[in-house]
Design a protein around this ligand. Structure first.
Ligand SMILES: Nc1ncnc2c1ncn2[C@@H]1O[C@H](COP(=O)(O)OP(=O)(O)O)[C@@H](O)[C@H]1O
Ligand SMILES: O=P(O)(O)OC[C@H](O)CO
Length: 497
């Protein structure tokens, strides 16, 4: 029997995956299930937690069945998840009291605006490293406690539990025995003090969140309990949990200060490891926890863009300009330039460094001969320009870094995009051989906890570069491209930003 494999659960925004990894990071078996998106109103995005749970059980069972057939021994489980997405459930029945409110949801934009006007943003940033934005869990939780009849009183009485998706899965996987989360997920709630490493009493009071509703916060490699034996036929230990962007940074081997990764999935998330220092941004980036192992906390600066690959899906599904996502590469590569067309994909507002939840998307520079290719190219380019906005802010905040960008996620398969990125950033862009970095990071955390790996440093030695892109354009051309973007993005700003 082959030993030492970890089952990684990656519960993402658009799909749920289970993957089986060896400790070197080789993936043997994968199962995946799409997740339905619910848009009940403008700017609202929800998931059905029961659908998420069923998908997790299904994909895990598929992988475990194949592992058993191949005689592979599964040592334990690592979990990684879409962050901030908020679930509240009944502790007795384990049933959610409302749909999961997804990180992209903007329904609490006005509430955040009011809190900002009342002067609370500095307090939020000082304690949590975040900005006062509907992106984070706190105001979503407040909304559920306000809108579901009786929820506030039941939360105060200890009858309800709140959690990000990792917590909800831990609860269900352990048969309601564990109500916990890890520090990286906690650091995205806007309720967790990232310096004191505990729930922030002043913010809980400000938002009237009862302590009784909150999960216990653990390290990323920790004892998260064992699965209910009835689920998978055996009790598996859960040894690792991290939010998906932090897990991707680990899977990219960005475990030391100065290393940067960017993940291009539905959104784009750039994390710069700042080591033991919680660097506070002067340029509207987030300070967040990169990971904590054996009580040793490492921090990161994060730039979050809400729409990256989702814009390519929009071209495919709404505008029907491309049939398959991968068709975009050939389409845009055929054009000699962007022909002055710029697209700002502010479908759900703008994230870092603009933080404008009321901004909406726009296309600029249209002429009589603008066609499908120009609009597709402007859309793909917009993800590159937004990356430059993040990197520019990071370079201003932190003097030293490796200034090499490691990339992953669905869009990292697009060579044209990665070359454009290297051209715009004037920086090497590296794609690893294993682009399933998110699940890999969760697997490595569990492997460390369960004794299959001595440390994350040992794990990171397995990282390999598969493709490297360097700038091939002139400084003048870069400046011109960026000037066009800056003009476009400034025109979608809302009056309330
Ligand atoms: N060749 C490609 N060019 C551009 N975008 C792509 C390409 N392949 C996939 N994508 C985009 O990548 C995203 C899927 O990436 P993935 O990492 O699976 O996302 P998530 O984890 O957020 O669900 C989709 O939004 C899709 O539009
Ligand atoms: O599920 P993803 O990969 O789109 O990631 C979502 C992020 O964690 C949101 O902060």
């Amino acid at each position: 029997m082959s030993a030492g494999h970890i089952l990684a659960i990656d519960q993402g925004t658009t799909s749920t995956r289970a993957m089986l990894f060896s400790v070197t990071g080789h993936c043997d078996i994968v199962a995946q299930q799409e997740l339905q998106q619910h848009y009940p109103a403008d700017g609202w995005v929800e998931h059905d937690p029961e659908e998420i749970w069923q998908a997790v059980v299904n994909v895990c069972r598929q992988v475990l069945a194949q592992a058993a057939q191949k005689g592979i021994q599964v040592t334990g489980i690592g979990i990684t998840n879409q962050r901030e997405t908020t679930v509240v459930w009944d502790r007795t029945t384990s049933e959610p009291v409302y749909h999961a409110i997804v990180w992209q949801d903007r329904r609490t934009a006005d509430f955040c605006h009011d809190l900002r006007r009342a002067g609370h943003e500095e307090q939020v940033t000082r304690a949590t490293g975040l900005l006062l934005d509907p992106y984070f869990s706190a105001t979503k939780l407040r909304w559920i406690l306000d809108q579901v009849p009786g929820a506030q009183a039941r939360a105060e009485a200890g009858e309800l539990a709140f959690g990000t998706i990792d917590s909800f899965l831990l609860w269900r996987l352990t048969g309601g025995r564990v109500h916990a989360t890890d520090v990286t997920n906690a650091s995205r709630t806007m309720l967790y003090n990232i310096h004191q490493l505990q729930w922030d009493a002043a913010l809980l009071a400000l938002l009237q969140i009862p302590v009784a509703v909150l999960p216990q916060v653990k390290d990323c490699a920790d004892d998260f309990g064992t699965t209910d034996p009835e689920l998978f036929g055996t009790a598996l230990r859960i040894g690792g949990v991290a939010g998906d962007q932090q897990a991707a940074a680990i899977g990219q081997g960005c475990i030391d200060a100065g290393m940067i990764k960017s993940t291009y999935g539905t959104g784009c998330f750039m994390l710069l490891n700042t080591g033991k220092e919680a660097c506070s941004s002067q340029h509207r980036l987030l300070t967040t926890i990169a990971y904590r192992i054996n009580g040793d906390t490492r921090y990161a600066l994060e730039g979050s863009i809400f729409v990256a690959g989702a814009a390519i899906q929009w071209l495919r599904d709404e505008l029907k300009l491309i049939r398959k996502t991968k068709d975009i590469e050939e389409l845009v590569a055929a054009l000699p330039s962007n022909r002055g067309v710029y697209m700002v994909p502010a479908f759900t507002g703008l994230g870092a460094p603009h933080w404008d939840p009321h901004a909406r998307g726009a296309i600029f520079g249209l002429t009589r001969d603008t066609g499908i290719a120009e609009i597709a190219r402007a859309t793909l380019e917009s993800v590159g320009y937004q990356t430059v906005d993040l990197m520019t802010a990071m370079k201003k905040d932190v003097a030293t870094g490796s200034w090499t960008l490691r990339v992953d996620g669905g869009m990292a398969a697009n060579d044209w995009f990665l070359q454009f990125l290297a051209d715009l950033l004037d920086m090497p862009v590296e794609r690893p051989d294993n682009t399933e970095t998110t699940a890999l990071g969760a697997a490595w955390l569990a492997a460390v906890q369960l004794g299959l790996l001595p440390s994350l440093s040992a794990a990171a030695k397995n990282w390999r570069c598969a493709a490297r892109f360097s700038s091939e354009i002139k400084e003048n051309d870069r400046t011109e491209l960026l000037r066009g973007w800056q003009a476009a993005v400034s025109r979608v700003a809302s009056e309330r930003a």
